[in-house]
Design a protein around this ligand. Sequence first.
Ligand SMILES: Nc1nc2c(ncn2[C@@H]2O[C@H](COP(=O)(O)OP(=O)(O)OP(=O)(O)O)[C@@H](O)[C@H]2O)c(=O)[nH]1
Ligand SMILES: [Mg+2]
Length: 623
Amino acid sequence: RINLIDTPGHVDFTVEVERSLRVLDGAVLVLCAVGGVQSQSVTVDRQMKRYHVPRIAFVNKMDRTGADPIRVCEQVRDKLHCDAILMQLPIGVGETFEGVIDLVTMKAVYFDGSHGETVRHEAIPAELLEEAEAARAHMLEQLAMYSDELMELLLSEDPVPESLVHDVMSQACRQQEATPVLIGTAYRNKGVQLLLDAITRYLPSPLERNIRLRPYKDEGEEIELKPDASEPVVSMAFKIVDESFGQLTYMRVYQGTLKKGGTYINQRTGRKERFSRLLRMHADKREEIDEAVAGDIVAVMGVDAASGDTYAATQRFGTLESMFVPEPVIEIAVAPQSRNDGDRLSKALARFRKEDPTFRVRNDEETGELLIAGMGELHLEVYLERIKREYKVGVDVGAPKVSYREAPTQSAKFDYRHKKQTGGSGQYAHIIGTIELLPEEEQEEFIFEETVVGGRVPKQYIPSVEKGFRQAMIKGPVAEYPVVRTKITLEDGSYHEVDSSDRAFQTCAQTCFREFFPKTKPVLLEPIMKIEIECPDTFQGPVTGDLTSRRGIVMATDIREGTTIIHAEVPLAETFGYATDLRSMTQGQGTFSMEPACYRRVPPSIQEEIVTARRKEKEAKQL
Ligand SMILES: Nc1nc2c(ncn2[C@@H]2O[C@H](COP(=O)(O)OP(=O)(O)OP(=O)(O)O)[C@@H](O)[C@H]2O)c(=O)[nH]1
Ligand SMILES: [Mg+2]
């Protein structure tokens, strides 16, 4: 059995890709034969690598004019830095695309019938034979890097058996060293059957993946799970869908068997839950089942899981590594149009929040606004639309706001004493150390270290200091955005036998941060998007000019058969409404894709505008 999960490509819905790759054993990266590796393909590729998921690349849309699988294959190599191995050649391209040459069997393969259901193998057309032989030789040379046996056969010019090619490809693909590249078109299913064969041949089954569990007992150590139905059960909830008759929780079983009616323990909450119904999902159809075994992906009705939770049969069994959830980048203020709508709006927001970990809701205490946050304009638009359609709530929507960050630009020393004497017991804490700027490449947003000697700040209070700093960093001094790229080292301090406490050290760190962080001359950082625009040549001038006016930087421009592809970097703040603007600029013929690239310093004049606007907004609401 093969479980298939289709994911959206748009980066705004990146969490779907994230959680699917977390639980899948293999992936097919679908690329366009004309567009090739787009900026969103790069994001998806990074996610595949994060979860060590082996994959096959499928170059689709071979029926389009300008289709060029060899170029796409080169892009996979250059942009995704992987060993892309082309296993087929096209017979005709664009309108004349008829079928493929399978370089393993050296046969021409055609797909007859209106849905390509009849696969016909023929001899390779004479005029393509030479090219096919060269391509096969190239493929075998690439594969020989993974097999001495194959290398020897090539050197001695002996025939290479078909099974050996498959074995070597299969090994290299499973180890995520090579990516087999297949071609075809989803129109009339040309090439799709061969893709299905490749999936069963080259992608691993659940039995072949190494999945590790962190047991509660000894932290740090991990145990390997056995994908065996008779072992103790371990499963992971990776997707939640709230339906009218209850919550549907999608689970991947990694070890053992889940039984209908069994009780299992949510390892995060420690709660015991009965799995009263198990379902196998087939797109919109569902089938009741009695059990699910290691390797299965099923849905469970009625359990109260959050995405990323691990379930096992006993308490404190262990947890699986959860998935990566990116931080939202934009925020929009929403307000119900009528008071009666408030309840339904809260209900809608609670549901979206539960289903989608990248969708956040918060109340701004100072402005009194209700803010929703997400991965991009489109992401939030989809939810706003659902609020209107499904929940019948009229909402007033503010302009999208970028989630800026604050970061230091230089180091600063701190030395702060917190002392309070009020009647009975007092408070005393004293900390000395350094605040530094972390390099851009650093993955962590905040690093806390301590080099305290001789217990001058007692061990038990060190976590209190870290906690205090973390709390203060939620709102930076520039414009109350979260502080990132910061390292704080606690070097020294002092305490008082009676008056020092966890509270005292937390408060000390918080006040210290507010007092000393401004000495690092902090600045605002803004998210920068990588954007790729495809439009007819004639629009290149206006599109580029417009990018410049959006503070964009054009990195490269490719021109191919009347189509221009512009690669640029643009601050997220300047991309709002771009879909509409591009459409009108190009008479509807331009398309674009975006992905987050990095955070970069906001130019000083713009920083000033943001700070002033923020202050005014606060004052207005407080009046
Ligand atoms: N010419 C041509 N067009 C295709 C082919 N396959 C899909 N399309 C078209 O490409 C467009 C996008 O197809 P989808 O199947 O939605 O693509 P997707 O990758 O699932 O897109 P997202 O889910 O939005 O990421 C549609 O207009 C399809 O009709 C093909 O083989 N040839
Ligand atoms: Mg799709």
